[in-house]
Design a protein around this ligand. Structure first.
Ligand code: IPE
Ligand code: IPE
Ligand code: MG
Length: 243
């Protein structure tokens, strides 16, 4: 494994959970006078790099933002192309993901996706469910505010059913009703493309996450960029409000 000396597996400097906003596919393509769709195609290679890099660094959880609830407002042609890429990726990558010990999970409103993609998702989850080296969570048709509203709804249902009282609601209960209930909060969030915003990604979960914004466009993201971000994370002093 080729990593810088300060970034080694088992080191406490290694984040347990890395979240990535994979942004900049369109700009990558436009810069080359290509259609935006070509940028999304190139982005798939960067996903492989990120998964491989996380495995090598000993990162346990990787959560990637692949398609937001707001991305449904993009032109139909772009949405269809992205759906085609998801279809291709989910089918083609199963074997490699299994070999690498990756368990795949999904968060987001999967019911909005075409039926055959929903089936591929179920298949991918089922076939990787016994893996445990890396937990890869793909946020697809995901919006954090909708997720939080969903948590509120599930809690309200329990109050209505007399299972809990309003006084029982606390931060732990809200977190346990989110789609990420079985994941630790991200330690490090990386956003590529130079934009410095969350765009409705993991708003609740990032309360104490360290943010690293990279100027690199997502299709150009490589293992070295991941290592650089992890090193930057290692230099941060996390205080959680204490002194
Ligand atoms: C990220 O790249 C991929 C998705 C949002 C699906 P973009 O498509 O947002 O690329 P830019 O930000 O327009 O360059
Ligand atoms: C965030 O990127 C969503 C994903 C990377 C999937 P966007 O490109 O949709 O975000 P905005 O519109 O620049 O905030
Ligand atoms: Mg974008």
């Amino acid at each position: 494994m080729e990593v810088l000396p300060s970034v080694t597996s088992g080191d406490s400097q290694i984040p347990e959970h890395v979240a990535i906003i994979m942004d900049g596919n369109g700009r990558w393509a436009t810069k080359r006078s290509l259609k935006r769709l070509r940028g999304h195609e190139q982005g798939a290679e960067a996903v492989r790099e990120a998964v491989k890099g996380c495995g090598e660094l000993g990162i346990r959880y990787l959560t990637i933002f692949a398609f937001s609830s707001e991305n449904w407002s993009r032109p139909v042609e772009e949405i269809n192309h992205l759906m085609g890429l998801f279809r291709f990726f989910f089918q083609k990558e199963v074997k490699a993901l299994c070999e690498a010990g990756v368990k795949v999970k999904f968060i987001g409103d999967i019911r909005r996706l075409p039926g055959d993609i929903q089936e591929l998702i179920e298949d991918l989850k089922e076939r990787t469910k016994d893996n445990s080296k890396l937990i890869l969570t793909i946020a697809l048709s995901y919006g954090s505010q909708a997720e939080i509203a969903g948590s509120m709804r599930r809690i309200a249902d329990k109050i209505k059913a007399g299972e809990i009282a309003p006084e029982d609601i606390d931060e732990i209960m809200v977190a346990r009703h989110l789609e990420t209930a079985d994941l630790p909060d991200p330690d490090l969030l990386i956003r590529t493309s130079g934009e410095q915003r969350l765009s409705n990604f993991l708003l609740w979960q990032c309360a104490y996450t360290e943010f690293v914004f990279l100027d690199v466009l997502w299709p150009d993201f490589r293992k070295e960029d991941l290592i650089g971000a992890v090193e930057e994370f290692g230099s941060r002093n996390r205080r959680y409000g204490a002194v």
